[in-house]
Design a protein around this ligand. Structure first.
Ligand SMILES: [Zn+2]
Ligand SMILES: [Zn+2]
Length: 170
C-alpha cells in the first residue's frame, strides 16, 4: 500500500492490509510466512513530519536454533516510524521530542510505501533465537542426530566433566 502525502488530508488516515508470503520474500530457509501478514495502523501528517504507527501480525515458520526443527511462531510487532522531507531533515523539531526508538526516515518524493515499511519491520523483528522447548538438546555434533529424538550416546563420554575429572586422576 502506497500513501500519497499530497492527497492525504490533515486528519489521520487509518490503514489495514495484508502482505502475501511471496510478496515479503523471506527467501532464506530459516523463516517463512505461513499465511499473509496483517498490517494495521495510522498515518498522521504534521507540519514537518509524518508519523506512521501500527501493528503487524505474522505467522511464521522458523527453525529451532538448536535442533533445526520447524516451529510455528505468531509474531505481534508494534512499530512506529516518522518521515520528513529531505529539506526538513535537520530541522524536524517534532522528532527530537520523541523517544529514541522512533526512526526518522527521509521521504523520497511524496509517498510512503507501507509494504516496504512492514517488510523491514518483520525482518528486523524475526526472533534471533527460538527453541522448540526450553531444554532442547540440539543436534549431536558427532552423528548429527536430533538428540531430542534419539539417544545416540556419542557425546556422553567426551563432554561429561565428571569423566574428564576421572581421567585427570589417572
Ligand atoms: Zn529444538
Ligand atoms: Zn551422536
Amino acid at each position: 500500500m502506497i500513501v500519497d502525502l499530497i492527497t492525504l488530508g490533515n486528519s489521520p488516515f487509518d490503514f489495514s492490509f495484508t502482505i502475501a508470503p511471496a510478496e515479503l520474500g523471506l527467501d532464506d530457509d530459516d523463516a517463512r510466512l505461513t499465511e499473509p501478514a496483517e498490517v494495521a495502523g495510522r498515518v498522521t501528517k504534521h507540519i514537518v513530519q509524518t508519523d506512521v504507527e501500527g501493528t503487524i501480525r505474522a505467522a511464521v515458520e522458523i527453525e529451532c536454533t538448536r535442533c533445526l526443527e520447524k516451529l510455528a511462531e505468531n509474531l505481534e510487532i508494534p512499530f512506529r516510524a516518522a518521515y520528513v522531507a529531505p529539506e526538513h531533515y535537520t530541522e524536524a523539531p517534532e522528532a527530537e521530542l520523541r523517544e529514541d526508538d522512533l526512526d526518522v526516515s527521509i521521504l523520497e518524493g511524496n509517498e510512503i510505501d507501507l509494504n516496504e515499511l512492514a517488510r523491514e519491520q518483520i525482518l528486523l523483528n524475526l526472533p534471533e533465537q527460538v527453541f522448540c522447548r526450553e531444554d532442547c538438546r540440539g543436534l549431536c555434533e558427532k552423528c548429527g542426530g536430533n538428540r531430542n529424538l534419539i539417544n545416540c550416546n556419542c557425546l556422553e563420554e567426551a563432554t561429561d566433566p565428571r569423566w574428564a575429572a576421572l581421567k585427570n586422576l589417572k
